[in-house]
Ligand binder design. Structure first.
Ligand code: GLN
Length: 487
C-alpha cells in the first residue's frame, strides 16, 4: 500500500479501518528516513523508542475500538528549537548539543495528549537565525529536489522532511519567514500563525516579539488539522491570546466567489525571479477566473522591512541569548581561569558565527548612545509598517505575494555574504513585524524542477480565510503532490 503520499485524513481512516497499524505506519516512515536522510540531513535526532511506545498505545486503543483523534498514531517531526521532555533539543547549536529538556513545550503537550507520534527533531539554522539551514552545528540540510541547493531556513529540516515524505507533517517556527520560506523552496505548505494564536512556551526564544510556532505539511488541509491541535490561549505564555478559535478544518471548504485579493505592486518589481513571477501571475488569473476580485494595492513601507527587522530581531536575540553562560545549563568550556574567563570561552566556543554576529549587532543597537538612533527608530518604523499593512485589510480580504525572490539557491552561494542572505527575506518579514498570518503554498516549478512558492497573507486571526483560499487552489491543482526523486 502506498502510504507516504497520503493525507492526514486518509491515514486516520486507514488506522480506524484497521488496514494498517500505527506501529506499521511508523516503521514505513522510519524506513524511508533510514534510506534517504543520510544525504538530506533533515533530522538531528530520531526518537524511536518514544515513537514506538506511543504507536503501541494507539494500536491498543484501536483494538479496544476506542475513539482516536485525527492526529493519533501519525508521525510528526519537530523543529529542534521546540522543547521535548527527555528528547535532546539542540537548537542546532554546540551550546545546546547535549541539552535534554525536563519539560514539554505546550504545543508538544497538546500533540501528545492526542497521541500524535513524535518521530524526531529536525534540523535548523543555529538558534533559528538564517535563511538556508547552513548555519546548523549539525551540518547543512539539502533540498530534496536538488541536493546541491539549500532547503531554505531556518526550518529547513522540517520542510525538507515533509518534501521528502519522511513524515506527513512537522512543526516549524517563524520569526521572519522561517516556516514559509523553506516550505516554498521545498514545494510544501507552511503556515505562520498570527502572533499570539499559538503558545510559545517551550519554544527556545530567538526574537520574542516575532516568534511563532506553526505547521508545515503537504497541503493546507493538513496544516489546518495541526493548527486546530496547537492553537489557543496558554497560561504559560502571557502573549498568547484568548482567541480560540475557528475550527480551521471545518471552515476550509467552500467557494471563493467575491473574495477580494490584493496584489502589492512593489512585490512584483525588480528582484523577483521571472519563473516565480509567471507562476504567481497564473495563480492570480486562476483565482480571478474562480470569482476572486483582484485589486492592485501598494505597500510602500516594504522597502524598510529588512533594515527594521535586522535591527529588532538581533536586539531581542542578544538579550534572549544572554542566558547561555555555561552556568545553568548547556555547554561549558573545559579550561578557564575565573568566572569571566569561563563566560567568555563558553560563549566563544559554544556559538557559531552567525549567532555571534547577531549578538554583536543587537548589543550595539541597544547600547547607550545608539539606542535612540537604531532600536527606538526601528520600533517606530515597525509601527508604520504594521499600520500600512493592517489598513489594507479594510480594502481586501487577503494579499497574494511571492514567498522568496528566487528559487532555492546553491549551497554556499550566500553564506559569506550576510547582507545578501538577509535580503532573501524581503517578502516574508512584514508579516512578522505586523503580527499577522500567512501561508506559503507551492504554485509551480522552474524549468530546472525547483519549486516556486506564493504567500497568501491574512489579517490577524484570519487563518481560516487564507487556509480556505489555499485549499481551494490545491483542490484544483497538483503542484503540492509533486514528490522529489530521492537518491
Ligand atoms: N531569516 C530570518 C533570520 O535569520 C528569519 C529566521 C526565522 O524566521 N527564524 O532572522
Amino acid at each position: 500500500m502506498e502510504i507516504i503520499n497520503k493525507s492526514i485524513k486518509e491515514l486516520n481512516e486507514l488506522l480506524i479501518k484497521k488496514e494498517i497499524k500505527a506501529v506499521e505506519l511508523l516503521e514505513e516512515f522510519l524506513k524511508r528516513i533510514e534510506q534517504y536522510d543520510k544525504k538530506i540531513n533533515s533530522f538531528i535526532t530520531i526518537s524511536k523508542e518514544e515513537a514506538y511506545q506511543t504507536a503501541r498505545e494507539v494500536d491498543k486503543l484501536l483494538e479496544k475500538k476506542e475513539q482516536i483523534n485525527l492526529i493519533s498514531g501519525i508521525p510528526i517531526g519537530i523543529k529542534d528549537n521546540i522543547c521535548t521532555k527527555n528528547i535532546k533539543t539542540t537548537c542546532a547549536s554546540k551550546m545546546l548539543s547535549n541539552f535534554i529538556p525536563p519539560y514539554d513545550a505546550t504545543v508538544i503537550k497538546k500533540i501528545k495528549e492526542q497521541k500524535g507520534i513524535i518521530i524526531g527533531k529536525t534540523n535548523l539554522d543555529e538558534f533559528a537565525m538564517g535563511s538556508s539551514t547552513e548555519t546548523s552545528y549539525f551540518g547543512v540540510t539539502k533540498n530534496p529536489f536538488n541536493y546541491e541547493c539549500i532547503a531554505g531556513g531556518s526550518s529547513g529540516g522540517s520542510a525538507a522532511a515533509v518534501s521528502a515524505r519522511f513524515v506527513p507533517y512537522t512543526l516549524g517556527s517563524d520569526t521572519g519567514g522561517s516556516i514559509r520560506q523553506p516550505a516554498a523552496l521545498c514545494g510544501v505548505s507552511g503556515l505562520k500563525p498570527s502572533y499570539g494564536l499559538v503558545s510559545r512556551y517551550g519554544l527556545i526564544a530567538y526574537a520574542s516579539s516575532l516568534d511563532q510556532i506553526g505547521p508545515i505539511a503537504k497541503s493546507a488541509e493538513d496544516c489546518a488539522i495541526l493548527l486546530d491541535v496547537i492553537a489557543g490561549k496558554d497560561e504559560f505564555d502571557s502573549t498568547s491570546v484568548n482567541f480560540k478559535k475557528d475550527n480551521y478544518l471545518a471552515k476550509i471548504n467552500g467557494d471563493i466567489k467575491g473574495i477580494k485579493i490584493g496584489i502589492p505592486r512593489e512585490f512584483f518589481q525588480e528582484g523577483l525571479n521571472d519563473e516565480i513571477k509567471i507562476n504567481i501571475e497564473n495563480t492570480i488569473k486562476f483565482f480571478e477566473k474562480e470569482g476572486g476580485i483582484i485589486k492592485d494595492i501598494s505597500l510602500t513601507m516594504n522597502e524598510y522591512v529588512v533594515a527594521t527587522y535586522y535591527i529588532l530581531a538581533p536586539a531581542e536575540a542578544s538579550s534572549n541569548l544572554a542566558r547561555y553562560d555555561g552556568v545553568k545549563y548547556g555547554y561549558r568550556t573545559e579550561k578557564y581561569e575565573n568566572l569571566i574567563d569561563m563566560y567568555e570561552k563558553t560563549r566563544a566556543e559554544g556559538f557559531g558565527n552567525e549567532v555571534k554576529r547577531r549578538i554583536m549587532l543587537g548589543t550595539y543597537t541597544l547600547s547607550a548612545g545608539y539606542y535612540d538612533a537604531y532600536y527606538k527608530k526601528a520600533q517606530q518604523v515597525r509601527s508604520l509598517i504594521r499600520n500600512e499593512l493592517i489598513k489594507k485589510f479594510e480594502e481586501v480580504d487577503v494579499i497574494i505575494a511571492p514567498t522568496t525572490p528566487t528559487p532555492a539557491f546553491k549551497i554556499g552561494e550566500k553564506i559569506n555574504n550576510p547582507l545578501e542572505m538577509y535580503l532573501f527575506d524581503i517578502y516574508t518579514l512584514s508579516v512578522n513585524l505586523a503580527g499577522i498570518c500567512a501561508i506559503s503554498i507551492p504554485c509551480g516549478f522552474t524549468k530546472d524542477n525547483l519549486p516556486c512558492g506564493l504567500q497568501i497573507i491574512g489579517n490577524a486571526f484570519e487563518e481560516a480565510k487564507i487556509l480556505k483560499l489555499a485549499h481551494y487552489f490545491q483542490q484544483q491543482t497538483d503542484y503540492h503532490k509533486k514528490i522529489p526523486f530521492l537518491k
